[in-house]
Design a protein around this ligand. Structure first.
Ligand SMILES: [Zn+2]
Length: 385
């Protein structure tokens, strides 16, 4: 338990570091004399006014040598018989007179980055900056630099533009990932489709959010058009039995499987989509005992329950909203993606816009169940279904 807590804390710290990196780091180009330096695994960047540069890539261009010592996680940089040791974990460096001094070390993709000014000073290189690019240029007076800063920039203009676009795309991808990992909410609607379903679809369309519909077979025939629309508008369709009668559905494992397969086949016939997702009537507890789950697992069906219950079949509109808000908050504390149970009732239609706005304000993206990324969400914690 203790280890899990530490892991959770660490992953949280990593995520929040990434967010900060994505928003406040900016790309900077580094040149030595007349040449722009190529950095492959990690790029130099500005952070809070300091330019950090991958030490190994830079060192090679100024004829310095870099030795990494994995046992103490340190780097020794040597140039012209002068050397220093950087203790990465401690954010310290050791001078030739064995004095320990502080330095901010950054690590990106296993590369060690050090402040540019620090490296320049140590190697006695002059630093100039060019606003366009921007470029930090190191002048090594052992060799000749002929270009002006502007000429250097113009020579590399296309390369700089291309790198900047790549950097921007990488940051956007990072931000997308974060949305994917931590802030998804699932709206789910049971017992439809019915006369209210078109309105629910209208609201989902207006807010550009996706949902999952668990449907009852005879109603699917009656509201075919709505079912088609769910598919066209990228919601997920799923089965929720034929009779919804607990004596019939739970008569035996076979009767449950039969009802689900009938609904599944009807959905397939109407939409061309074969959905293996089901929600059993009244939820999987207590009815879905082991023999039921064994059969569902061997039939390759996936069962979703919920972790937020709007109780919209009995609640007023106001109560639906407050119930959802309270339960979403408690799922958030547990780091769970909320899976919210609704029905296709008039009160649900009325409450839905405010609930969507609440979730969006909380930073949630509402997605439909994705069969390619199934995760366990059943009251039995049975990972086979
Ligand atoms: Zn139901």
């Amino acid at each position: 338990m203790y280890k899990i807590m530490i892991l959770l804390l660490l992953s949280f710290l990593l995520v929040s570091t990434n967010t900060r990196a994505a928003t406040t780091q900016s790309l900077i180009f580094v040149a030595v004399n007349d040449e722009l330096v190529e950095f492959s695994d990690a790029k130099p960047f500005n952070f809070e006014g300091v330019t950090y540069v991958p030490v190994r890539s830079l060192a090679t261009t100024v004829n310095a040598e870099v030795l990494y010592d994995p046992t103490e996680n340190s780097v020794i940089v040597t140039k012209d018989n002068q050397s220093m040791k950087i203790l990465i974990n401690d954010n310290m460096y050791v001078t030739e007179s064995f004095e320990k001094l502080p330095i901010t070390v950054k690590t990106v993709n296993d590369r060690t980055l050090l402040p540019l000014r620090f490296i320049a000073e140590y190697f006695q290189l002059e630093v100039t900056f060019h606003a366009e690019g921007p470029i930090a240029r190191l002048l090594d007076h052992n060799e000749v630099a002929q270009l002006t800063n502007e000429q250097l920039y113009l020579n590399n203009k296309e390369k700089i533009k291309a790198e900047k676009e790549k950097w921007k795309a990488a940051i956007e991808e990072e931000q997308m990932k974060e949305v994917d990992n931590s802030k998804i909410a699932y709206l789910t609607f049971d017992d439809g489709p019915n006369v209210n379903t078109a309105q629910i679809l209208d609201i989902l369309q207006k807010y550009e959010v996706k949902a999952t519909f668990f449907m009852i077979e005879p109603k699917v025939w009656k509201f075919e058009e709505e079912v088609q629309r769910m598919v066209t508008e990228n919601h997920t369709i799923a089965s929720h039995s034929v009779t919804h009668d607990k004596n019939k559905v739970y008569h035996s494992p076979e009767s449950l499987l039969n009802e689900m397969n009938t609904t599944r086949a009807t959905l397939l016939g109407i939409t061309g989509i074969d959905s293996r997702l089901i929600r059993v009537p009244y939820g999987s507890k207590p009815y879905l005992t082991k023999d039921y789950r064994d059969l569902l697992a061997s039939s390759n069906l996936q069962v979703w329950d919920w972790n937020v219950d709007s109780k919209d079949w009995k609640n007023t509109t106001k109560e639906i909203i407050s119930t959802v808000e309270t339960q979403v908050a408690s799922q958030k504390k547990k780091n769970n993606a909320p899976i919210i149970l609704f029905h296709n009732s008039p009160n649900t239609v009325e409450a839905l816009p405010e609930i969507i706005e609440f979730l969006q304000n909380e930073g949630y993206v509402m997605k439909a169940y994705d069969p390619d990324h199934h995760f366990m969400a059943n009251f039995w914690n049975d990972n086979r279904i």
